[in-house]
Design a protein around this ligand. Structure first.
Ligand SMILES: Cc1cc2nc3c(=O)[nH]c(=O)nc-3n(C[C@H](O)[C@H](O)[C@H](O)COP(=O)(O)O)c2cc1C
Length: 188
């Protein structure tokens, strides 16, 4: 008898641990997929992979001032923005942000973390009680400091494990995205 109770308790503990990633029942999820992408490229494609699987509204984060066209100049400007904390102003606002409770947040990895525009996005809205699920495209650094920095900027949000996708392979990342969504309990 004791053994049976112990086994039941163990199974219950396991089940609750394995469902710890999906606190909002899927039927109550109001999904926003917000992403920044320098030339509306790799990270947009990652956002589209996610939308195919979970639905939701897509929002492109855009800066008022565009970045220079030359790659080195972009990296130099980005470095300056990180060093000074002068993140760029954003062009458009999410309508009825308060209605969303699950936010997939996409960024390219810039200098080992999320792009300054995404830092600005995180500091613009109130993420209290919301779930943030990061997706990062990169060329080798994977997530880097992205998750730690998102946590710093939205301390009252629940942060689920994100995905890092190699930018140059993003077109072929559909299956990886699907597997990741299954793992975190978000596949429809
Ligand atoms: C300013 C800048 C900094 C970057 N820094 C890194 C980096 O530190 N690590 C890395 O793996 N990739 C870095 N990259 C490459 C991008 O993360 C990668 O190409 C990404 O997929 C671009 O996404 P996008 O097309 O959506 O902007 C950097 C790119 C730029 C423009």
């Amino acid at each position: 008898m004791k053994k049976k109770i112990f086994c039941t308790a163990f199974v219950l503990a396991f089940l609750s641990a394995s469902s710890a990633f999906s606190q909002t029942p899927k039927s109550e999820e109001k999904i926003l997929i917000a992403y920044y992408s320098l030339r509306n490229g790799n990270t947009r494609i990652a956002a589209e992979h996610i939308q195919k699987n979970v639905g939701g509204d897509i929002f492109r984060i855009e800066t008022v001032q565009s970045y220079p066209s030359e790659y080195r100049a972009v990296t130099a400007q980005a470095k300056k923005e990180f060093d000074t904390g002068a993140w760029p102003d954003l062009k458009t606002q999410v309508k009825n942000f308060e209605n969303y409770n699950v936010i997939y947040l996409g960024s390219p990895n810039w200098w080992g973390t999320i792009a300054p525009a995404v830092m600005r996005f995180l500091s613009t809205y109130d993420f209290s009680g919301k779930t943030i699920i990061p997706f990062i495209t990169h060329e080798g650094s994977r997530m880097g400091q992205s998750e730690a920095d998102i946590k710093k900027l939205a301390p009252k949000a629940e942060l689920l494990p994100g995905i890092a996708i190699r930018g140059r392979s993003v077109n072929d990342a559909g299956a990886d995205v699907e597997n990741w969504l299954r793992k975190i309990g978000k596949l429809k």
